[in-house]
Design a protein around this ligand. Structure first.
Ligand code: GLU
Length: 469
């Protein structure tokens, strides 16, 4: 039985973007689902546009998304000998020929064809040429069949038919001998035993050319699935204008890879009206033949919703490990203060991203000098008496292990009763004084996590400031 093999074949000319990540995910899922192999291939033959920084960015993105390859990364620049060998074979078998036409001739031809409202294409002048003009480094062209049709049985789009008369004799090696994209893809898909080519539909027009070359090489043809493009909310092709498109920008912004993968899998694919898919469910349920033909629209709110869902539902220890990194990034030292996992449990119902959670977690570990506006408005002359009273009540709890959520709650309640005010009249200035924020998790839990020494010191400082005012 043939082993199912898919590949992700990015050109390293930029970061890993949302569209690329979805192609990678669908290819990866298809391999996982079929107990097959997933190949990563870096298509770096365009040496002017490819950079090591892009290779690193792509690998980093793949790693963050946890889309591990079973084979590779292969680099096309390391396979030039093989491409030369295949070009020589194609020439030898008369499936390819040298073309000596000058740039000027091709340019004139093109202008003429355009003027005659014809589709610009090579006219085949060198197709049957037998002489070898001196002093010209030729390109190599593939001898495309001149008649008949190429039928692409696309797994998503169904039958797509191309007439051979629409296809050029395309250049497979430049005059400096370097192979071109369509040749390298074909050789690699053949050599690597790729059974399913899953890629963006911007490549659909290349497919009949690639199939013709594969046939000339006597190779087994892979199945093809061309994914519809991704649109921004305004209906135009997804681009930087629509916000972050780099996968690692989502990491920077505090998204979980679980959320992004879940989001990506729904871009063009669905299973009933289910929205939340664990990786195992995706593997079990994904089917490339059920991908929608129509373009998928990118919806940032849905991604945010999924992110919050995973923040709330993944094991707290797991979130804590990731949060620690985001806290480090904003210079919050967690060596002393509450366990990060407890902070996660306190904050995860109220945070949409890890960046937001880290920002909210700051006051658990650091004193602050400014009160946010929503806090400052509770800190006026009327707050002084409740703050003094609760400060004294809390001070009673500062020794031994009396500092507990329940005892803090009782202290607030009793203080409010004593002053004959509602609990909010005590709790709101208390929260403002101790966190500097207008909102926080429940006040008793918040104080408990901050601990007695920092809570009391912050209360003292606020009281002192209010007294001076
Ligand atoms: N290297 C091509 C790209 O990044 C993909 C080629 C393919 O999937 O066949 O667009």
């Amino acid at each position: 039985m043939t082993v199912i093999k898919t590949r992700f074949a990015p050109s390293p000319t930029g970061f890993l973007h949302i569209g690329g990540a979805r192609t990678a995910l669908f290819s990866w899922l298809y391999a996982r689902k079929s107990a097959g192999q997933f190949v990563l291939r870096i298509e770096d033959t365009d040496q002017e546009r490819s950079t090591q920084a892009s290779v690193d960015a792509i690998l980093e993105g793949m790693q963050w998304l946890n889309l591990a390859a079973d084979e590779g990364p292969y680099y096309q620049t390391q396979r030039f000998d093989r491409y030369h060998e295949i070009n020589a074979q194609l020439l030898h078998q008369n499936h390819a020929y040298h073309c000596y036409c000058s740039k000027e001739r091709l340019e004139t031809l093109r202008t003429e064809q355009m003027a005659n409202k014809q589709k610009p294409r090579y006219d085949g002048l060198c197709r049957d040429r037998t002489d070898v003009p001196a002093g010209i480094a030729p390109v190599i062209r593939f001898r495309n069949p001149q008649s008949g049709e190429v039928v692409v049985n696309d797994l998503i789009r169904g039958e797509v038919i191309f007439g051979n008369d629409e296809l050029d004799d395309l250049i497979i090696a430049r005059s400096d001998g370097t192979p071109t994209y369509n040749l390298t893809v074909v050789v690699d898909d053949m050599d690597m035993g790729i059974t399913h080519v899953i890629r963006g539909d911007d490549h659909l027009n290349n497919t009949p050319r690639q199939m013709n070359i594969l046939r000339a090489l006597g190779a087994t043809l892979p199945a093809y699935a061309h994914l519809p493009m991704i649109l921004g909310a305004d209906g135009s092709r997804l681009s930087k204008r629509h916000g972050a498109v780099s996968v690692m920008q989502y990491e920077q912004d505090g998204y979980l890879p679980e959320a992004l993968l879940n989001y990506l899998v729904r871009l063009g694919w669905s299973h009933g009206d289910q929205e939340v898919f664990s990786i195992d469910e995706m593997i079990a349920l994904f089917d490339v033949t059920h991908v929608n033909k129509a373009a998928a629209a990118f919806n940032p709110e849905k991604l945010l919703w999924l992110n919050q869902h995973y923040l709330k539902t993944l094991p707290a220890e797991d979130i804590a490990q990731r949060l620690a990194l985001y806290l480090q990034r904003i210079d919050v030292n967690t060596a002393s203060g509450p366990a990060v996992v407890d902070v996660v449990l306190a904050l995860r119902e109220r945070s949409k991203t890890l960046v937001e959670m880290a920002a909210s977690a700051r006051y658990f570990y650091q004193d602050f000098s400014d009160y946010e506006e929503a806090a400052a408005k509770h800190l006026n002359a009327a707050a002084l008496e409740p703050l003094r009273a609760i400060r004294n009540a809390l001070a009673e709890l500062s020794t031994g292990d009396a500092w507990q959520k329940e005892s803090i709650h009782v202290a607030i309640q009793q203080t409010a009763e004593k002053l004959q005010v509602g609990m909010g009249k005590v709790a709101q200035p208390l929260r403002a004084a101790v966190t500097g924020q207008g909102a926080s998790p429940s006040i008793d839990l918040t104080l408990y996590l901050i601990g007695a020494p920092h809570s009391l010191a912050r209360l003292d400082r606020t009281i002192a400031t209010l007294q001076q005012a």
